[in-house]
Design a protein around this ligand. Sequence first.
Ligand SMILES: C[S@@+](CC[C@H](N)C(=O)[O-])C[C@H]1O[C@@H](n2cnc3c(N)ncnc32)[C@H](O)[C@@H]1O
Length: 313
Amino acid sequence: MDAALPATPAADAPLTAILDHLQAALAAGAPEVTILALDPDHGAGCYAGEPLTVDGVAGRHRPWRVWVELADRLELRLGTPRPAAGPLIAVRFSRRAPTPALPRDPRERYGATSDFARASKLEEPGFVLDFADAVARAGLTADARVLVLGVNRGDELALLQRAVPGLSGSRMTGIDHSPSALAIARARFPDATLLEADLAHLDRLGLGAFDLIVAIATLQSPGIDDRAVLRALTQHHLADDAAIILGIPNGRYRDGELSHGARMKNFAQPELGLVVKDLAFYRKYLQQHRMQVYVTGHHELLVTGVRRARPEP
Ligand SMILES: C[S@@+](CC[C@H](N)C(=O)[O-])C[C@H]1O[C@@H](n2cnc3c(N)ncnc32)[C@H](O)[C@@H]1O
């Protein structure tokens, strides 16, 4: 090993020593780093870092959550741990590949040939659970009219049909400016109305009013004036007793992995300033428009506004 690198930490080393070793090895250009650790199955009930001796080997308990979080925060890939000597396991971290260049056509940035098209919202457990809860708050019936902005390949449409039994494609409208993503959505949902349009010009589409409007990871897209779109939605496209779900990304995909936390240029760790600003604005705006507002989510923060019809006097 390079003499300049901190020594490979022993199984009873503190987390800070592991962190120092990983960061120094990565800075020195190592493609991957392996750490020997106690198999956490030996430490059920122990807290992270709690000293533990197993079969005469001194170590510290660390649940998988710690290794997963460490890889996530350093934007590394975590390999499947392999058995090592005795109660030890080998935990391997490797670098993620850089993000491929975006398609040149700005409308195809998230199109069928983009890296984004390989990721599926339907395979993110937190999103599936949080979105189902948000839709349940809207209290929709099968005849509800639903609008999805930035519909892309239609993942949200699939989750809406899962959450609202009997909701047919013909009650769903989706808008996007990516022709290739819309072609996939049309094949998946032949009955839905799927419009190729710019969200800046919703007024040209003759959309009418909806019982639920969904915009996931869309209002933050370059070139979109999220405040103007939100104003247009609340003034012209929300029915009296309607709901809205706005998703703000709080993570990013890289080389197949999703890392938590909004990442800003020149920050090694997540910086949430813009996320908090947008979240606070949406929450206040929807409250001012007589909505009860809920904020949920993890990698995707969901601001859900539900407007209940005023009870008859
Ligand atoms: C980050 S993707 C999110 C897609 C999907 N909602 C999801 O969460 O998986 C943003 C989507 O908004 C679309 N989009 C971005 N700007 C747009 C605009 N000005 N008009 C219409 N669609 C736009 C993109 O083509 C893309 O499908």
